[in-house]
Design a protein. Structure first.
Length: 320
């Protein structure tokens, strides 16, 4: 590893965003340390030029080993589902605080946290760093609490802390395009609400730049043109006319997810078929363009969905 490259730890390294961050760091010569929980399920990243360590956010001893000798942490690991506060807390809040505690003991210099736009509720105008966070879902509440608790702990430990409130991040391996590949994308709303989107390649670049440059602060982030879900899917269908999409009315999606909620505990893995997921999809959250990007001196590879979605479909040639 080149001497001028800091040692970076990536949690959630095999997740949708984490895999892209891990690949990019590997290609840039960082030889990152990638934290994984289930080696047999993380084979997709095993060929990366990286160091691998098995650890769990609920196991402090494993975290102490994971952060040993690390300069920066890109904390992407979480339970990415819209469940109850009590269900989410052990990993998202308690696990993140345990990671920060281990980081402080290991003299880590920089900690970057991937948060969510769902710390906001349904809003009529653009969101910026002055917009009060008023989450309406447990997922947003626990993300907001985690941000605040991490910022406090980092300040006490002298660690530079930055948190990005990420929008809908899209790419070839995300939930929507995977469903399209499987033949039918079912959406829990008519898509008339505006939301902010961001291509996974740009998400990766801004997260890494925050670690490289020691970005400090908490901010929403997105591309240059918030768009409704209907507009997003319109771009998809323009380039993929055969795409099959079923948009359910919100009331129907809420009724369906509420009906299956009692049976979700029998599923081996958590899913997104919850009333919270329906409500989040139907929120209006538009981020003011340029936030954080200008601070870091970066420009977007895919400024809007009109450039980003065709790039995804080209990458995902099998969809055609």
């Amino acid at each position: 590893m080149p001497k001028n490259k800091p040692k970076m730890l990536v949690t959630g390294a095999s997740g949708f965003i984490g895999e892209e961050v891990s690949r990019h760091l590997s290609e840039l010569g960082y030889n990152p340390r990638l934290m994984i929980r289930r080696p047999l399920r993380d084979l997709r990243i095993r060929h990366f030029d990286a160091e691998f360590i098995q650890a769990d956010l609920t196991d402090f001893k494993s975290l102490a080993q994971a952060v040993k000798g690390v300069d920066s942490i890109l904390h992407l690991g979480a339970r990415a589902t819209f469940e109850s506060y009590d269900t989410l807390r052990p990993v998202i809040l308690d696990g993140s605080l345990a990671l920060m505690e281990a980081a402080a003991e290991a003299n880590v210099r920089t900690f970057v946290y991937s948060s969510s736009l769902l710390v906001y509720g349904d809003l009529p105008g653009d969101v910026d760093i002055t917009t009060p966070a008023r989450p309406v879902l447990d997922y947003g509440r626990i993300k907001l609490e985690t941000e605040n608790r991490l910022a406090q702990a980092a300040s006490s430990a002298g660690i530079t802390f930055g948190a990005l409130r990420l929008p809908h991040v899209y790419g070839a391996m995300d939930l929507y395009f995977q469903q399209l590949k499987n033949g039918l994308l079912i959406l829990p709303g008519l898509g008339r609400n505006t939301f902010t989107h961001l291509h996974v390649a740009d998400t990766t670049r801004i997260l890494i730049a925050c670690a490289e440059q020691g970005y400090e602060g908490i901010s929403p982030v997105g591309d240059e043109l918030p768009a409704t879900w209907a507009e997003f899917l319109g771009v998809v269908k323009l380039h993929l006319p055969k795409a099959r999409v079923l948009a359910l009315p919100q009331w129907m999606a809420l009724a369906t997810t509420a009906a299956i909620a009692p049976f979700r505990r029998y599923r081996p893995h958590p899913g997104l078929e919850t009333p919270g997921a329906v409500r989040s999809y139907n929120c209006n959250i538009a981020v003011k363009p340029g936030l954080v990007w200008k601070d870091l001196g970066l420009s977007l590879l895919f400024p809007t969905i009109h450039e980003g979605v065709p790039a995804v479909l080209k990458e995902y040639g099998a969809l055609g």
